[in-house]
Ligand binder design. Structure first.
Ligand SMILES: [Zn+2]
Ligand SMILES: [Zn+2]
Length: 125
């Protein structure tokens, strides 16, 4: 039960730095809406590892300097029922992700709504 969409809540997207004065960007609803569409498509829960990040937290988790997570338009997600490859295939069926970023990792996938197509496969690193 979510307070943003049917299945997603604001707290799932929050920066995980734990600072009271965290200055992370707000979450972009385009991302949340696309994730809900993906959730509806696969029919099973999606777990959000990391969504919005402030600069400090992004640095700590080793994110790239211009990370889309800083803009509130990216999420690192996984689905216990799907391999990263299967999950990415479903993500590509959602228009906002198809024309955005989809990255494969051993732990799951990165998706973002940058409005420009980007693909990468970092499995096995
Ligand atoms: Zn933060
Ligand atoms: Zn990411």
């Amino acid at each position: 039960m979510g307070d943003l969409t049917k299945d997603f809540s604001r707290k799932e997207f929050r920066c995980r730095c734990g600072r009271k004065d965290c200055d992370a960007a707000p979450i972009d609803m385009k991302l949340v809406t696309a994730l809900q569409a993906l959730r509806d498509l696969i029919g099973v829960p999606i777990i959000i590892n990391s969504a919005v990040r402030c600069v400090r937290h992004n640095r700590r988790v080793g994110g790239v300097r211009n990370s889309r997570h800083l803009e509130g338009i990216a999420a690192d997600i996984y689905c216990p029922k799907l391999s990263p490859k299967e999950f990415a295939k479903f993500a590509a069926m959602i228009p906002e992700f198809d024309k955005g970023g989809i990255g494969l990792y051993d732990w799951g996938i990165h998706v973002d709504v940058r409005g420009r197509r980007a693909r990468w496969d970092y499995r096995g690193r």
